[in-house]
Design a protein around this ligand. Structure first.
Ligand SMILES: C[S@@+](CC[C@H](N)C(=O)[O-])C[C@H]1O[C@@H](n2cnc3c(N)ncnc32)[C@H](O)[C@@H]1O
Length: 216
């Protein structure tokens, strides 16, 4: 779990600095939140895996989180999230507990993505949904982060993926019925952007897939 442990130390040390990003980049944050709101089912019980400081969980009304970094978890708990101090690859949660599981810019830090997706699948109810938000590696921001990651303490150990790559991995973990939303089609931060369906144009992509196979 090399990558995971290195990123845990960084997030532990710089939790407050990480959290301040959302105030400094308010329009980007709000654009991402709007895209996530399209994908989150209403009136359902969800958990955010890699909940960080709870900047998404709180406005999305998600009351449970998983987070390995203690100092990130403390801030999330102050935002009303009950945090399991654990890794996505080994969740201390009973099978078929949640209606949905969310991961926002967390997949790029996982040391074993198939294991994490299998764990998410296990803790979801039979008609549960997984929602993954990523910085698409093929996008403008994805390419910029990849190029500059050596100089960025938060993304130094990240391995970015494309929406296609994650779709394949989710399918292999037993997920079906995919939907996609995208935002941050421009790098300008002057306004809040409305999300659109699909991927390929936006740097921030939200992928939703279901545990239930609606075809069978
Ligand atoms: C970029 S932050 C995203 C936090 C939050 N989802 C957000 O969007 O603000 C990535 C988070 O993933 C967590 N993380 C890293 N490896 C993890 C793992 N194996 N399982 C769960 N979370 C992990 C980090 O501690 C960090 O809080």
């Amino acid at each position: 779990m090399k990558t995971t442990h290195t990123s845990k130390q960084v997030y532990n040390q710089y939790a407050t600095e990480y959290d301040e990003w959302f105030d400094k980049h308010f329009n980007l944050y709000q654009s991402e939140l709007l895209a996530l709101k399209k994908a989150i089912p209403e009136n359902k019980t969800g958990i955010e895996i890699g909940v960080g400081t709870g900047r998404f969980a709180q406005p999305l009304n998600i009351k449970f989180g998983v987070e390995p970094s203690e100092s990130m978890a403390i801030l999330a708990e102050q935002r009303g999230v009950k945090v399991y101090k654990a890794f996505a690859e080994n969740l201390p949660i009973e099978k078929e507990t949640f209606d949905f599981a969310l991961m926002v810019t967390t997949v790029c830090f996982l040391s074993d993505i198939p294991k994490a997706f299998q764990e998410a699948h296990r803790i979801l109810k039979t008609d549960g949904e997984i929602i993954i938000a990523i910085i698409d590696k093929n996008s403008e921001l994805g390419k910029k982060y990849e190029k500059e990651k050596e100089n960025n303490k938060f993304y130094k150990d990240a391995h970015f993926h494309s929406a296609e790559e994650l779709t394949t991995l989710l399918e292999q973990s037993g997920f079906h019925s995919f939907s996609y939303w995208q935002t941050l089609t421009k790098t300008s931060e002057t306004e809040i952007e409305q999300p659109t369906r699909g991927f390929g144009k936006g740097s921030f992509v939200v992928i939703r897939a279901s545990k239930k196979n609606s075809i069978t």
